[in-house]
Design a protein around this ligand. Structure first.
Ligand SMILES: [Zn+2]
Length: 170
């Protein structure tokens, strides 16, 4: 017996009307089940080909103010494309930082607006991106803890590794 969230009709196994439907989506697979028996189907979905875009604070600020139709319409199109799984427009800690420059009454609504447009998707923190970029440039730093990076092949600590340790404490 499954927790069916969207009924599509009769169960193909036990025949109970209005008992079969969508249970969940995980990765590229739709799972369907029955409210009355153990029938379960796994249906492959088309592969997603989302484009990742970065919307800077300039864009969000204008869209949030709503004074220029061009930005408002672009924000609506971006949200619709994100809901249609065509793009993803994550927000970053830079948006959070730059939202602090607004008045106290506007900060939270602006950040909520940004998060709604991003549909909750978030980039890695700026310092994590910089850390990975330094590592990938082959300076021989050991991978940061929890960074999910493979061993660099050397344990020698060069000047950039020491700089990273100084900046980020690792
Ligand atoms: Zn059934």
């Amino acid at each position: 017996m499954a927790l069916v969230s969207y009924i599509i009709g009769a169960c193909p196994s036990c025949g109970t009307p209005e008992s079969y439907g969508n249970v969940m989506v995980g990765g590229n697979t739709l799972s369907r089940g029955c409210l009355h028996c153990k029938h379960w189907d796994r249906i492959p979905l088309p592969e997603l080909r989302k484009k990742v875009i970065y919307l800077d604070q300039f864009f969000f600020s204008h869209a949030f103010r709503g004074k220029h139709r061009m930005f408002v319409e672009a924000q609506k199109r971006i949200t619709n494309l994100a809901l249609a799984q065509q793009i993803v427009a994550p927000y970053s800690n830079l948006h959070e930082d730059e939202s602090q420059l607004w008045t106290e009454a506007q900060r939270a609504p602006l950040l909520n607006f940004i998060k709604q447009t991003s549909l909750g998707h978030k980039f890695s923190y700026e310092y994590e991106v910089k850390d990975r970029q330094i590592h990938y440039r082959g300076v021989g730093c050991p991978p940061p803890p929890g960074g999910g990076l493979e061993e660099s092949g050397t344990s020698e600590k060069g000047p950039l590794c020491r700089l990273r340790s100084t900046l980020y404490g690792r």
